[in-house]
Design a protein around this ligand. Structure first.
Ligand code: F6P
Length: 330
């Protein structure tokens, strides 16, 4: 009797957590590289929530046509509480086993890679692709979506500087980043901010006010302050403090909170290429039997870091950039 055929090589891809411009380019790369390597490729709808519910669809090359330039994720995404539970993890593993899917690519940020690690601990062959506008994932210099989110923030800052200069005002611009300041630090440097307020430094309002007043004393006519949403004093709290003390401080101030607009950009060339590299590398890893890692880029080379490590680390701010920021504000 003939031996039964081995199960087809099947992999699946999902996007999870906050969407990030470039996720679609990563999905496209996984699908087309996977097909080229002889895999059958499945897309999981709505992140880990869809995986637990068994919401998987086969994807062909044409299904990912025309998506490389689109922001968001065509697969949908969720923040999945159920994956934190034993039952949720067991259900996810069972769904993959039932479809004979031998490898999973998880495109997402910190919470998503912690979920990927939980599945890896249950024996799933999983590879993560670093994707978050926050750029706070350990094991990578940069994540999918960060460059585009920065460009969106920068366009807003450049526009605000025009009106700030006309009115000789101070503008506070709050950017995302959850509880880290990578986005704020880079937006502040690129936007020539007079002050940057970061969660990592616990900046106090009087210190920020002193920086603004010092900028005026150096002959500046207006000021831009970039504030991370996770800072001890976020945009709203800073504005309240400055409003209460406006008589003493003597400057007029406006606040703009950029919020989710930063996630909605058309992916930059950088993000499209980064996402394509990471998606293709994820397939390479699964094909070579390497898994349980997050893929990112370090010194422009693809770098793999154990998911177990990534799940417990947060990338620190670049100390050289921090120093530069205060020198360049002069
Ligand atoms: O992690 C990406 C991010 O956009 C953070 O910058 C922000 O704090 C958070 O997601 C917002 O989450 P949600 O879209 O669930 O409100």
């Amino acid at each position: 009797m003939a031996e039964p055929l081995p199960p087809p090589k099947r992999i699946a891809v999902l996007t999870s957590g906050g969407d990030a411009p470039g996720m679609n380019a990563a999905i496209r790369a996984v699908v087309r590289t996977g097909l080229a390597r002889g895999f059958e490729v499945f897309g999981v709808r709505d992140g880990f929530t869809g995986l637990i519910a068994g919401n998987l669809v086969p994807l062909g090359a044409r299904d990912v046509g025309g998506i490389i330039g689109r922001g968001g994720t065509v697969l949908g995404t969720t923040r999945c509480e159920a994956l934190r539970t034993e039952a949720g993890q067991a259900a996810a593993v069972a769904r993959l086993a039932r479809r004979e899917i031998g490898g999973l690519v998880v495109i997402g940020g910190n919470g998503s890679q912690a979920g990927a690690n939980a599945l890896a601990l249950r024996g799933v062959r999983v590879v993560g692709a670093a994707s978050t506008i926050d750029n706070d994932l350990a094991g990578t210099d940069v994540s999918i979506g960060t460059s585009t989110a920065l460009d969106v923030a920068l366009e807003a800052i450049d526009r605000l500087r025009v009106t700030a200069a006309s009115h000789k005002r101070v503008f506070l611009v709050e950017v995302m980043g959850r509880n880290t300041g990578h986005l704020a630090l880079n937006a502040g440097i690129a936007g020539g901010a007079e002050a940057i307020v970061l969660p990592e430094r616990e900046d106090e309002p009087e210190g920020v006010a002193a920086e603004i007043l010092a900028a005026y004393e150096r002959g500046k006519s207006h000021a831009i302050v970039v504030v991370a949403e996770g800072a001890k004093y976020n945009g709203e709290r800073l504005a309240r403090h400055f409003h209460e003390h406006r008589g003493r401080l003597g400057f007029e101030l406006r606040v703009t909170t950029l919020g989710h607009v930063q996630r909605g950009g058309t992916p930059s060339a950088f993000d499209r290429v980064l996402a394509t590299r990471l998606g293709a590398a994820a397939v390479d890893h699964l094909d070579a039997g390497r898994h349980g890692v997050l893929l990112g880029v370090v010194d422009d080379e693809i770098a793999a870091t154990a998911l177990a490590t990534v799940a417990h680390l947060r990338k620190p701010l670049d100390a050289r950039l921090l120093e530069l920021a205060s020198v360049l504000a002069r």
